[in-house]
Design a protein around this ligand. Structure first.
Ligand code: SAM
Ligand code: SF4
Ligand code: SF4
Length: 340
């Protein structure tokens, strides 16, 4: 089999795997503390896909065209023995990346690299301890350990380290400058991400979105930005080099103002094994019960192949075409569940 195409001609290249729905932060736009409190029911251990099950799903997806895997969550580093999973997955011809808040990364860079992790992305929205605390519900004192973790990742040769920052109006716009000053001397890619209307609890308003064009126009006046060509279909970030700052790169992910559904080559698997073909999909297909009840590789491969072939998702594009830019009212699932 040489890959599958969906209804809009998009191949299946990337797989995001959420390895846990739990997190050690409570970002207000993702897992607000008042909702994800002690009464919230997180998944039980036996509800999660085991490492063997994840590995067997990945194995059956390679012939369908999957080339990249991103481990995410919740917070992926909370999943015990993550290195063992990475080691299993590294036997396949895929690039393995991870997105983390960095709190538990310190001291693990080498073991993650040795297990086969190729790249790491850190999510960091503010360098101001008070703002960081306000956003993440986590002590601002932890910022140092995250910055140390980023240094460690660079030293461990984990590809070009990425820093993702969701910039929201009136909350952390000041961080655009702060983040650049912090990282411009390092070989990292700093990516500004538009605040998206994922999930049901993040009080998303169009007015809180800071469009990439606004940040780009602001930065253009301060520095000479040189465009970098995209390297492959499905690359979501528009990237720029900064004159005089070797190795440093600025990227924009404009999911709201310039949706890239036409090039979206991603499927997502939740920690309990449901597959989703769009970040905004409300229904997934339960792979776990297929694996546990009757499973064999061909069945999973056939099921996913059929799902992908019938895929028509393009939520962000449709949202951008609504007369008043805003959210489309749909039952949605949470980012921490589906994996960001
Ligand atoms: N806990 C890990 C972390 O924060 O990196 C991985 C999971 S988190 C859901 C993945 C990414 O999703 C983070 O970079 C986070 O900022 C982003 N994210 C969550 N909700 C978002 C939203 N509404 N709009 C844009 N990005 C969002
Ligand atoms: Fe946790 Fe990441 Fe969501 Fe923040 S963005 S609450 S760190 S899963
Ligand atoms: Fe892909 Fe759905 Fe996002 Fe469009 S809205 S880019 S189809 S995940």
């Amino acid at each position: 089999m040489h890959g599958v195409l969906d209804q809009l001609g998009r191949p299946l290249h990337d797989l995001r795997i959420s390895v846990t729905d739990r997190c050690n932060m409570r970002c207000d736009y993702c897992m607000p503390a008042e909702i994800f409190d002690s009464k919230h029911r997180f998944m039980h251990r036996n509800e999660l896909l085991t490492f063997e099950e994840i590995n067997s799903i990945v194995e059956s997806l390679i012939p369908l065209g999957v080339k990249k895997i991103r481990l995410t969550g919740g917070e992926p580093l909370l999943r015990r023995g993550l290195e063992d999973l990475i080691q299993m997955l590294s036997k396949h011809p895929v690039e393995i990346a991870m997105t983390t808040n960095g709190l538990l990364f310190g001291g693990r860079g080498k073991s993650l690299r040795k297990a086969g992790l190729n790249r790491v992305t850190f999510s960091l929205d503010s360098l101001d301890p008070k703002v960081f605390e306000q956003i993440t519900n986590t002590s601002g004192e932890k910022l140092d350990s995250i910055l140390n973790a980023i240094d460690e990742a660079i030293e461990c040769d984990l590809g070009q380290v990425r820093i993702n920052s969701v910039i929201r109006r009136g909350i952390n716009e000041q961080d655009i400058d702060r983040l650049i000053e912090q990282f411009e001397h390092l070989p990292v890619s700093l990516r500004f991400i538009e605040f998206m209307d994922v999930g049901n609890h993040n009080r998303w308003r169009y007015n809180n979105v800071v469009p990439s064009s606004e940040i780009h126009n602001y930065l253009k006046k301060r520095m000479n930005l040189i465009p970098i060509d995209s390297t492959h279909r499905g690359e979501v970030a528009k990237r720029w080099m900064v004159e005089g700052k070797r190795g440093f790169e600025i990227g924009f992910i404009s999911s709201v103002s310039q949706p890239f559904c036409g090039d979206c080559t991603r499927a997502r698997i939740s920690a309990e094994g449901r597959i989703f073909t769009c970040l905004f999909a409300s229904k997934g297909t339960d792979l776990k019960s297929i694996i546990r009840d009757e499973g064999n590789k061909n069945t999973i491969q056939n099921v996913i192949s059929e799902i992908w072939k019938s895929r028509e998702d393009r939520y962000s594009e449709l949202r951008s075409k609504t007369p008043k830019p805003g959210t489309i009212v749909l039952p949605k699932i949470e980012m921490s569940y589906i994996g960001g």
